[in-house]
Design a protein around this ligand. Structure first.
Ligand SMILES: CSC[C@H]1O[C@H](OP(=O)(O)O)[C@H](O)[C@@H]1O
Length: 345
C-alpha cells in the first residue's frame, strides 16, 4: 500500500495533499500561514476528522513559531488567539478540538521553559499527534480485521481512508490489512453527495491499493443491500457522543436504517480521539451546514435554478441503537455504549 500522506511538516512549512484536486491531480500545497491552514480545513483541502486534528496541531505550532513575543504571558495570549481561530474552521469533527486541547496542554505543561524552547516542543507534539494517529489507525485495522472473512463485500460511505488520517484510515484500515493478508474483500463505495468523497477519494485510494471497489450512487445502497450483495457496512465518524450516537458524513444515518432493515451489521470505526464524553447525546453534536453552491453548482456545474432554497448539512447522527459495534484502537465495543465507551478511558 503506497503511503499517501495528507499532512506533513518539512521543518518550515506544512505540506498538505489538496484533496479537492483528487482523483485527477495529486497536488501538494506548501502552507506557511495559519490563515492558509484555516482555509484548507474550511475548503476540505485537508479533511477527515483525524487529518483535520493533525493539520490544526501543525497549524497552531506553525503560528506559534512565527510569534515575536518572548515572554510566556504575551506568547500564551497570542497562542490562544491562533488556537481559537483554527477552532472556528469546522464545528463537527471533535478531533479538531481534541488536538488543539492536547497542544494547549503541552504549552501549559512547559510554561517554565524559554519561549524558543516551547516553540520546538509544540512542533514535536504535533509530530507526536501524527505518529500516534498512524499507530492508532493500524490498531483499529487489526481489531476490525477480526470482523472480516474471505469473500466478504463491505459498503462504505464518504472517505475514512488513509488520507483522512495519518495513515491507514479508520473504516478502510481493516480493508487495507485484509489486502496485506491476501484476503478477498470487495467494497461498494457510495459516491457521497454533494462533495463526492467516496467517488473521488475512496475509490482512488482503494484502486491505488489494488482493492476491488465498485462505485455506486448514494441512492443505490438500498438495492445492493436488498439484493444480498452487502455483508457489512463500515464507516468512519466525526464525533461519537457519550451514549454512542455517532455523527458522520450526511447519508450515514440512512445507511444505518437500511442496514437494520436488511439485517446487515453496521460498524463504526473510531479512534478514541473522536469519542467525546463531554457531549451527552447525538442531539448535542453541532452539525456543520455548508454552502448552497455545493449542491446547486457542484464542481462548477450548475444543476439547479438560481436562488433555489437549499439545506446542506454536512453530517447526520446515527442513533446508537442502529450501530452493531464501534471498532476502536482498544478493541471492539458494543451496546450499551454509555457503559462500554466509559470503560475505554
Ligand atoms: C476518518 S474521519 C472520516 C470522516 O470525515 C469525513 O467528513 P469530511 O470529509 O467532511 O471531513 C466523513 O464524515 C468521514 O467519515
Amino acid at each position: 500500500m503506497r503511503n499517501i500522506e495528507s499532512v506533513t511538516y518539512n521543518g518550515e512549512k506544512i505540506i498538505l495533499l489538496d484533496q479537492t484536486k483528487l482523483p485527477l491531480e495529486e497536488v501538494y500545497l506548501e502552507i506557511d500561514s495559519v490563515k492558509d491552514v484555516w482555509d484548507a480545513i474550511v475548503q476540505l483541502k485537508v479533511r477527515g476528522a483525524p487529518a483535520i486534528g493533525i493539520a490544526a496541531a501543525y497549524g497552531v505550532a506553525l503560528g506559534a513559531s512565527q510569534l515575536k513575543e518572548d515572554d510566556y504571558e504575551s506568547f500564551a495570549a497570542k497562542y490562544e488567539e491562533i488556537s481559537a481561530y483554527l477552532a472556528s474552521s469546522r464545528p463537527t469533527a471533535v478531533n479538531l478540538f481534541w488536538a488543539l486541547n492536547r497542544m494547549k496542554n503541552t504549552l501549559v505543561a512547559n510554561k517554565e521553559q524559554p519561549v524558543a524552547e516551547i516553540k520546538q516542543i509544540l512542533l514535536n507534539e504535533a509530530d507526536a499527534i501524527k505518529k500516534d494517529d498512524a499507530e492508532i489507525c493500524k490498531s483499529i485495522g487489526e481489531h476490525g480485521l477480526t470482523l472480516l472473512k474471505d469473500g466478504m463485500t463491505l459498503l462504505t460511505h464518504c472517505n475514512a481512508g488513509g488520507i483522512a488520517t495519518a495513515k491507514y484510515g479508520t473504516a478502510l484500515a481493516p480493508i487495507y490489512l485484509a489486502k496485506e493478508k491476501n484476503m478477498d474483500i470487495r467494497v461498494f463505495a457510495d459516491e457521497t453527495r454533494p462533495l463526492l468523497q467516496g467517488a473521488r477519494l475512496t475509490t482512488w485510494e482503494l484502486m491505488q491499493a489494488d482493492i476491488d471497489v465498485t462505485l455506486i450512487t448514494d441512492s443505490m445502497a438500498a438495492i445492493v443491500m436488498q439484493q444480498g450483495k452487502v455483508d457489512a457496512v463500515i464507516v468512519g465518524c466525526d464525533r461519537i457522543a457519550a451514549n454512542g450516537d455517532t455523527a458522520n458524513k450526511i447519508g450515514t444515518y440512512g445507511l444505518a436504517v437500511l442496514a437494520q432493515k436488511h439485517n446487515i451489521p453496521f460498524y463504526v470505526a473510531s479512534p478514541l480521539s473522536t469519542i467525546d464524553m463531554e457531549t451527552e447525546t447525538g442531539a448535542d453534536i453541532p452539525i456543520e451546514e455548508r454552502s448552497a453552491e455545493e449542491i446547486t453548482c457542484g464542481f462548477g456545474n450548475q444543476t439547479a435554478p438560481n436562488g433555489v432554497k437549499v439545506f446542506n448539512p454536512a453530517f447526520d447522527v446515527t442513533p446508537n441503537d442502529l450501530i452493531t459495534a464501534i471498532i476502536t484502537e482498544k478493541g471492539i465495543i458494543s451496546a450499551p455504549y454509555s457503559e462500554s465507551l466509559k470503560n475505554l478511558f
